[in-house]
Design a protein around this ligand. Sequence first.
Ligand code: TLP
Length: 345
Amino acid sequence: MHIIDLRSDTITKPTPAMRRAMAEAEVGDDVLGDDPTVMRLEEMSAARLGKEAGLFVASGTMGNLVSLLAHCGRGDEVILGDLAHIFINEQGGMAALGGIHPHTIRNQPDGTLDLADVAAAIRRDDVHYPRTRLITVENTHNLCNGAALTPEYMAALGGLARDRGLRVHVDGARIFNAAVALGIDVRLLARDADSVTFCLSKGLAAPVGSVIVGSRAFIAEARRTRKVVGGGMRQVGVLAAAGIVALEQMVDRLAEDHANARALVDGLAGVAGIAVEPSAHRTNIVYLRVTHPQMDARQLQERLGARGVQMLALNSRLIRAVTHYHLDRRDIDAAVQVIREVLAA
Ligand code: TLP
């Protein structure tokens, strides 16, 4: 059976060019600071996002954790969205490992935090309160239907943060999807942030890794923090080599994933039993609300899986499809057909 795997863009496998680059990568000891391939990836990443320095880490989760630990001390507070991956899907690492206090405010449907809500959440200096240090936002916003946050929003958020002496971290796991969808230089999305984590191993198809970018001083602190969480990875140029190919060859083609997500949405319009969740600036993530009278999202996941279409049920009502490098338009059309048949059965 031909499997159409829409579970996540994290399932993408390294391209032939990545495998060649990995086999041939020049390596050193990255903890001692002399792996030339890692150094090149970090420099490229910083330049690409318009920051001074970069740090290669094992995953998006590690990038966010290390960034938050580097920005905040114990008892400090982070303002973030109630639908943020950092809040929901990272085991509360900031609190568990850093003693950092999460202060959630409601995510708007377009993935933003309302600036009035942010302003109201910032603590004044009072012996009762934790100290607000950081605001984090997610771009694209996974649980807000893959919505891209705009540079205008980032500028407004950055202005507020600077006025109040706070820092901004962006969970930019899919920030290149945002830049491609908006048709802008990714620098514009990073400009108002003090740190950004982006992933090489999602839509960009590298097998492992994320990069944190920020100022030289911040990255020096993050490098210490990465070591204490066991993230010093030695001859890791073999992985960084795939990341370099990802940045050089895999960014512009994200537009195909977005067009395929659009085709999926169009193909499912009007199908009884599901409703496509709208997205402010759609990228490669589509959530479907299951309204079928006899089937919930988990049962739909199972029945689609039996027909070779893999999607991820989030709960009993929502199921997710993510487009990526290994899926073309024929796969999307075939998936639409299977979804229609399963819901009609
Ligand atoms: N997201 C995964 C799952 O954890 C849900 C996925 O399949 O989408 N930030 C965002 C916005 C993410 O979506 C993810 C992964 C991460 C961070 C964490 O990245 P990894 O998995 O590399 O730790």
